[in-house]
Design a binder for this molecule. Structure first.
Ligand code: PLP
Length: 399
């Protein structure tokens, strides 16, 4: 499906050109928005319906739509995948991908620091389908292997965890999976294909919340699954049944967002490293997590696996959660909001958002100390962000 001339092009170029199609009728530059639910039926469509396969035929938009195919080709090119499939949310992509790789009675080994929505899906939905999940420390390869049972079918990990930014050793996880004949799904939302391409490391399916960096403008909910053509063909019937198809207008928005992915990720990573480096020098800050910092426990692995360390920074104020709340309230530039990966800097506290369901003691055991702050560094000037943080930290400790 991919243009032959795209072979060998770099990510910045693919982000702009891959999949995007000028309009043949008018010469308009860029993919038109095919805002339709249905298509005129001709002989070839009747035949596809009869054969029961209509993934890339013009039939009905829940099955497929040229606006989807365009952004799917762009995302596949960036991931180095044969195929990609967009969904109406990251969770739609994750649930469809997981359920297409597991049978009744099957078992998953997953990170014990999963995104809350994935954890809720695993705990709330899978047991009702006779499936179970074991949770292990993503840094503990021996524990991952020990958790594999005869009925294990999937290893499910995130490339970088939230909020402490632990980096999964994906090549080692793939090696374990291949020895045991199980599949690997990686949620690469935090790293993006600019940071790493897990499929090249042997992963079976890469999923993203495209609501984050891929779209990049905090104005859209979408998801994507990438893999071999055969793998994505096997996920497609789940998208049909669960109904998480992405609307053509949202496809256009996502495609436009992805065009700037490479430049945005450069700006996010540069800004985040400057903010993180500055935070390390602040007396009122106990600890700073960012994969590009030499102090990060996975720094050596990050140098090996990550081409871009991304825009996420986590730090601990040398104080209480109440002081962290005061700091957030004093920020003038960074916006208090959950989510991440947008051009604007977003800031949230795990204790009252992502990890509110845990007690303080549980959070501390997970490494989330009081005063823990999560920053999604946008593409603003780092000096402006640092000035904002400096006055907000001062305000948090003023009496
Ligand atoms: C946001 C997020 C999701 C869920 O994506 P939605 O688009 O909100 O459904 C899944 N995984 C990670 C790591 C996320 O950050």
């Amino acid at each position: 499906m991919q243009h032959p001339p795209l072979a060998g092009l770099s990510a910045s170029t693919l982000a702009v050109h891959a999949g995007t199609k000028d309009d043949a009728t008018t010469g308009a530059v860029g993919t038109p928005i095919y805002q339709t639910s249905t298509f005129l039926l001709e002989e070839s469509q009747y035949q596809a319906i009869e054969e029961g396969f209509a993934r890339d035929r013009f039939i009905y938009t829940r099955y497929g739509n040229p606006s989807q195919w365009s952004v799917e080709q762009k995302l596949a090119a960036l991931e180095g995948a044969e195929s990609a499939m967009v969904f109406s949310s990251g969770m739609a992509a994750i649930s469809a991908a997981v359920l297409s790789l597991i049978d009744k009675g099957g078992h998953i080994v997953a990170s014990n620091e999963l995104y809350g929505g994935s954890y809720a899906f695993f705990q709330g939905e899978l047991p009702t389908l006779g499936m179970s999940v074991s949770y292990v420390n993503p840094r503990d390869l021996a524990a991952i292997e020990a958790a594999i049972r005869p009925n294990t079918q999937i290893l499910f990990f995130e490339s970088l965890t939230n909020p402490l930014l632990k980096l999964a050793d994906i090549p080692a996880i793939v090696e374990i999976a291949q020895r045991h004949g199980v599949r690997v799904i990686i949620d690469a939302t935090f790293t993006t294909p600019i940071g790493m391409k897990p499929l090249e490391m042997g992963v079976d399916v890469v999923v993203h919340s495209a609501s984050k960096y891929l779209n990049g403008h905090s104005d859209l909910i979408a998801g994507v699954a990438c893999g071999s053509r055969k793998m994505i063909d096997s996920i497609w019937p789940r998208r049909l049944s669960y109904g998480g198809s992405l609307d053509p207008h949202a496809c256009f928005m996502l495609e436009r967002g992805v065009k700037t992915l490479a430049v945005r990720m450069r700006a996010h990573a540069e800004g985040a490293l400057r903010v993180a480096t500055w935070l390390e020098s602040v007396a009122r800050v106990r600890r700073v997590h960012h994969p590009a910092l030499a102090s990060h426990p996975d720094h050596a692995l990050a140098q090996r696996l990550l081409k871009n360390a991304g825009g996420m920074v986590c730090f601990e104020l040398d104080g209480t959660d109440a002081q962290a709340v005061r700091m957030l309230n004093a920020l003038k530039l960074a916006k208090k909001a959950t989510s991440l990966g947008g051009v604007e800097t977003l800031v949230s506290l795990p204790f009252n958002t992502s990890h509110a369901a845990f007690t303080g003691a549980q959070r501390e055991r997970m490494g989330i100390a009081p005063g823990c702050v999560r920053l999604s560094v946008g593409i603003e000037d780092a000096a402006d962000l640092i000035a904002d943080l400096e006055q907000a930290i001062a305000a948090a400790f003023a009496d």
